[in-house]
Design a protein around this ligand. Structure first.
Ligand code: MSP
Length: 512
């Protein structure tokens, strides 16, 4: 841990299926995690931010066959190829520290050891499986779990399947898990998801889980059972510990000791069951501590509908970035997403938000202030030596803002945190109307007051720009460059008046 650090903070996204190009819903999840990771860095934490791809399973095997390539070539193309996952995260300005692929050698070797350990300690046994299988979701279901005869997760057809398989004794750990959930009220967030897990899965009793497959080969081979590969979710969930050197024999890498248990798994609501029931139970079987928190975010819907290729309503983040710029897209997904209910996106709504919020409230404020400082003072930032009672509210709103943002971020309410910054921006716009700088510019006598007003506006802009860094990193940097200020982190937002006088603002530049 570094000296000034507040401590370690380990945050993860789900690892995405590279079965086709990622869409704006996936991008939302990663941008939200990025915002949280960047916020924690700004607070002074030593952050480890992990993302990656979940590359095994029947669906990928089938897709590769259709495309006439090997599964490895198929996933390599989606991850590393042009407009692939790595390109997308670069474009979206994602500040991840590590990218894991479940086909990485070290991960595969660790999964084989984990499986063997669970088998040796008696949590995994051999049996045979008969049930309904949903290929796209890689999930077996019992007849009673199907909804109208279809997969309860995605609504698609399931097929009959039977195979010799290995099972994990889930019920052995059910009481221990229930106790953990009850004793750690923050473990599953939001609250509604926690109740869903307790009532729909834990209370009715956990079925043993089929954790091996022999009907296809694209997976991690089990060393003690030729012909069987690991169930893709056991393989995938374990990424959160294999990346940092978890060793089932106990010889962990120092990264593992430093970062596990994770502070936050940020995932979508559809995979909460895997992260709050299967994953904790696998960890209990390994004798390892559980992640501190799992947050199941809502979904981003297109005009109120799920995105699907057949409906022709897919929206891709890279197309949006081409049209609107990266920060407009980041802003839209972060800000349009409520905490617990689904968010809606349409092109009209994106344009509306860019115009009314980013351009009007943020862009105009910066542009007008910088332009006035250039026009009236040749760019030079003045000494704020002519205070007035009118200034007090602006200062108070600025000084209160970081604490309010922190409170919202602690509750994972990212959209509300951004709103708190916009409260300051709106207040600053109102301050322009109240102080009327153009009127102050008319006489030499009121020039010192004009200098003070512009100083206060620039300082309020500095507050907002630094606080915006986790959400709109590029815009934050561009604003700070225009007002000639450093990003001194959150500590530089504890007093109003830090911006040095005497330096010059840059040329006004349109932000949006
Ligand atoms: N591979 C698994 C996760 C394994 S984690 C150990 C998986 N992959 S996925 O690519 O299908 O989905 C990844 C994430 O994207 C999920 O958290 C899912 O909720 C999220 N989203 C997919 N579509 C979404 C929206 N339309 N809106 C928001 N998030 C969405 O599941």
């Amino acid at each position: 841990m570094c000296n000034q650090c507040k401590g370690n903070y380990y945050i993860t996204t789900p690892i995405y299926y590279p079965s086709s190009n990622l869409h704006i819903g996936h991008a939302y999840c990663t941008v939200a995690t990025d915002a949280m990771a960047r916020y924690k860095r700004l607070q002074g934490y030593n952050v480890k931010f992990l993302t990656g791809t979940d590359e095994h399973g029947q669906k990928i095997e089938e897709k590769a066959k259709e495309a006439g390539v090997t599964p490895q070539q198929f996933v390599d193309n989606i991850v590393l190829g042009e407009r692939g996952v790595l390109d997308l995260w670069k474009l979206m300005n994602i500040s991840y520290d590590r990218f894991i692929r479940t086909t990485d050698d070290y991960h595969v070797a660790a999964i084989q050891k984990i499986f063997k350990k669970m088998y040796d300690n008696g949590d995994i046994y051999k049996g045979s499986y008969k049930g309904k299988y949903c290929t796209p979701c890689e999930s077996f279901w019992t007849e009673s779990q199907l909804v109208d005869g279809k997969c309860p997760d995605c609504g698609r057809e399931c097929k009959d399947a039977e195979e010799e398989a290995y099972f994990f004794k889930m019920s052995k750990y059910a009481d221990q898990l229930m106790k953990h959930i009850e004793e750690h009220p923050g473990f599953i967030q939001p609250e509604s998801r926690k109740n869903e897990m307790i009532n729909n899965f834990l209370k009715p009793g956990l079925q043993d889980l089929c954790v091996s497959r022999s009907s296809f080969t694209w997976g991690v081979p089990l060393t003690f059972a030729p012909g069987h590969v690991s169930y893709v979710w056991l393989d995938a969930l374990s990424n959160y510990i294999t990346f940092c050197g978890y060793d089932p024999d106990g010889n962990h890498d120092e990264h593992y000791k430093k970062f596990w248990p994770a502070d936050l798994h940020l995932i979508g609501k559809d995979i909460v069951r895997f992260h709050t029931i299967y994953w904790p139970i696998f960890l209990m079987s390994m004798g390892e501590p559980l992640p501190k928190q799992v947050f199941g975010h809502p979904w981003l819907l297109v005009k109120g509908d799920k995105m699907s290729k057949s409906k022709g309503n897919m929206i891709y983040a890279d197309d949006l970035v081409e049209l609107f710029g990266v920060d407009a897209v980041r802003y839209f997904v972060l800000h349009e997403m409520p905490f617990a209910s689904d968010g809606i996106m349409t092109y009209e709504l994106i344009i509306e938000r860019i115009n009314s919020e980013l351009a009007n409230i943020l862009g105009n404020l910066v542009n007008r202030t910088v332009a006035m400082n250039n026009k009236y003072f040749g760019g030079e930032i003045q000494v704020p030596n002519t205070p007035d009672a009118l200034d007090e509210e602006l200062k108070a709103v600025a000084l209160a803002m970081p604490g309010k943002v922190e409170a919202k971020m602690n509750e994972l309410k990212v959209a509300d945190a951004i709103d708190e910054i916009f409260v300051l921006l709106r207040r600053a716009n109102k301050y322009i109307d109240e102080t009327m700088p153009w009127a102050l510019a008319k006489s030499d006598e009121t020039k010192p007051r004009l200098g003070t007003v512009l100083y206060n506006l620039l300082e309020a802009i500095r507050f907002a720009a630094i606080a915006l860094k986790p959400f709109l990193p590029d815009t934050s940097d561009r604003i700070l460059a225009q007002i000639n200020a450093e990003n001194g982190g959150l500590e530089s937002l504890t007093s109003f008046g830090v911006l040095p006088s005497g330096t010059s603002v840059g040329a006004g530049e349109i932000l949006f």
